[in-house]
Design a protein around this ligand. Structure first.
Ligand code: FES
Length: 116
């Protein structure tokens, strides 16, 4: 079984803008930068800002709440590698955008390894 799940039609993803889609109960931020597509977790690790609503500059998105930056290719903040979101494989099949989330992502115990 393919790990990829359908997200939305490619035509619904505007260049330089983000879109939030729910896949398996998880909110994923999708971005199109020219010919490139990116998928990262939608929730900013600072205070949960919706990254899909952030400003995109090159391959970096800035959180709309407090402007933390995340590289769309890795999910890692360029200025603080400890700040990161998950980045997911993304592809286009027959005009539709598909994203591969980790197995059982919706069922995982988020934050189980975090202290405090
Ligand atoms: S919630 Fe994203 S920078 Fe504060």
């Amino acid at each position: 079984m393919s790990p990829f799940s359908p997200a939305l039609p490619l035509a619904d993803l505007a260049d330089g803008r983000g879109r939030c889609v729910s896949i398996g109960g998880r909110d994923v931020a999708l971005f199109r930068v020219g010919e490139k597509l990116f998928a990262i977790d939608n929730s900013c690790p600072h205070r949960g800002g919706p990254l899909s609503e952030g400003d995109v500059s090159g391959c970096v998105v800035h959180c709309p709440l407090h402007a933390w930056a995340f590289d769309l290719t890795t999910g890692i903040s360029p200025g603080n590698p400890r700040a990161r979101v998950e980045a997911f494989p993304i592809r286009v099949v027959d005009g539709g955008v598909e994203v591969a989330l980790p197995p059982a992502a919706a069922d995982s115990v988020a934050g189980a390894n975090q202290d405090g």
